[in-house]
Design a protein around this ligand. Structure first.
Ligand SMILES: CC(C)(COP(=O)(O)OP(=O)(O)OC[C@H]1O[C@@H](n2cnc3c(N)ncnc32)[C@H](O)[C@@H]1OP(=O)(O)O)[C@@H](O)C(=O)NCCC(=O)NCCS
Length: 160
């Protein structure tokens, strides 16, 4: 996945070598402990690793985690795109964050060109809070708070 330029297009921009990917996984991600972390996303039918998804600490500009908040991350291998897996994982992690962990806000930042990701997070009830315009990349910042989650999940449930 990390070597796939399509997967990496809007998340870092360039493929990672195996060595870079291992360094990254053995460093930054392992430093995050507990329930707020990225998890292997396994396709139950084939017991196959198809990505990594989760909610991880939302850090402020000083690099400290913001209490009661988390960031949503969704990464699915290209072979499995457009089958609803990111939506399924995102829905589960948002529910986990609000219902089990008692968070009050979940956020995510998306490269403005990443239309598939925008579609997924809007379907999950997240709302655009602001757009950050950069020289080489720009980001949509999305968020959902606990009150909206309860309202949104009620509406969502009644639609099925
Ligand atoms: C973004 C990503 C997580 C979506 O995963 P996924 O499992 O394919 O998502 P889903 O199948 O749940 O939903 C994707 C939706 O986007 C739509 N879509 C796909 N490509 C699109 C595009 N170029 N423009 C508009 N919509 C698009 C799909 O049709 C689908 O909508 P539908 O169910 O109404 O048909 C996946 O593409 C990915 O891992 N990309 C690389 C990493 C990444 O960018 N992660 C997001 C970081 S913010």
């Amino acid at each position: 996945m990390e070597m796939d330029s399509d997967v990496r297009r809007y998340v870092g921009g360039r493929p990672r070598t195996r060595e870079e990917a291992e360094k990254r996984f053995n460093g930054t991600l392992q430093a995050v402990k507990g329930n707020l972390n990225m998890w292997a996303t396994i396709l139950k039918s084939g017991v196959r690793y198809i990505g990594r998804c989760g909610i991880y600490p939302h850090f402020n500009n000083d690099g400290n985690p913001i209490s009661g908040e988390a960031s949503l991350g969704l990464y699915i291998a290209k072979e499995y795109w457009n089958k609803g897996f990111a939506t399924e994982a995102g829905r589960a992690f948002i529910a986990f964050g609000f219902l089990k962990l008692g968070l009050h806000r979940i956020v995510t930042a998306i490269d403005t060109r990443n239309a598939a990701s925008v579609k997924v997070v809007e379907r999950l009830g997240m709302e655009l809070t602001y757009t950050e315009t950069g020289e080489s990349r720009s980001f949509f910042h999305y968020a959902i708070n606990r009150d909206r989650y309860y309202e949104f999940s009620k509406v969502e449930k009644s639609a099925f």
